[in-house]
Design a protein around this ligand. Structure first.
Ligand code: ZN
Length: 172
C-alpha cells in the first residue's frame, strides 16, 4: 500500500465524470487499498477515486464504523433533509454549510464486485452524497450555502486542530 497524492481544488480532474468499473483488477484493488490508507492518513471520513487522480467510480468511506468500499455506487433512495458543515480533503482547511438528504440508500458493488447496499443517516448519509458527487465531477463548494469558512477558525479551542470530534466538519 502507498499513500497517493490528494488532488486539490483547481485541478481539472475533480470536475470530470468518472467511468464505471467493468472488471475488478489487481491494479484497482491496489487503488482501493491506497485510497483507504490515504483517507486514514489525512483524517478524512471519505475519499473518491478522482481525488487521487483516477477517473473511476470508486469511493471509500469510514465515519467511525469501519471501512466501506463502494464500486459503481448509485443512490436509490433519498429522503429528508439535514443541514450541516461540510469539508473536503481536496479543499483543505475550508468548510461550508451544505443541505443534504437525511437518509439515503446506496446500491453498488463491493471490492469483490458483489452487490452491496449501504443505508446511511446523519454523517454517513452526508458522506455518501459527498463522495458520489465527486464521481460526477461535483465538488461540494458548488453546493455551499453562503460562505466558505476557514475550518481553523472554528477549531481554535481544540489543541491539535485535527481532532475528529467535530464530526459534521469532518473532511471528505
Ligand atoms: Zn470531497
Amino acid at each position: 500500500m502507498a499513500l497517493r497524492q490528494i488532488r486539490v481544488y483547481g485541478d481539472d480532474i475533480l470536475t470530470k465524470k468518472c467511468r464505471e468499473v467493468k472488471e475488478m483488477t489487481p491494479r484497482l484493488q491496489e487503488l482501493i487499498d491506497d485510497m483507504l490508507e490515504t483517507m486514514y492518513d489525512a483524517d478524512g471520513v471519505g475519499l473518491a477515486a478522482p481525488q487521487v487522480g483516477v477517473l473511476r467510480r470508486i469511493v471509500v468511506i469510514d465515519v467511525g464504523e469501519g471501512p466501506i468500499v463502494l464500486v459503481n455506487p448509485r443512490i436509490t433512495l433519498q429522503e429528508g433533509e439535514q443541514e450541516g458543515m461540510e469539508g473536503c480533503l481536496s479543499v483543505p482547511g475550508k468548510i461550508g454549510q451544505v443541505t443534504r438528504p437525511g437518509h439515503v440508500i446506496v446500491e453498488g458493488l463491493d471490492r469483490d464486485m458483489n452487490p452491496v447496499t449501504v443505508e446511511g443517516e446523519e454523517l454517513l448519509a452526508r458522506a455518501l452524497c459527498h463522495e458520489l458527487d465527486h464521481l460526477e465531477g461535483v465538488v461540494y463548494t458548488s453546493k455551499v450555502e453562503g460562505e466558505l469558512y476557514d475550518a481553523g477558525a472554528l477549531d481554535e479551542e481544540e489543541e491539535d486542530g485535527e481532532s475528529g470530534e467535530n464530526e459534521d466538519s469532518a473532511e471528505k
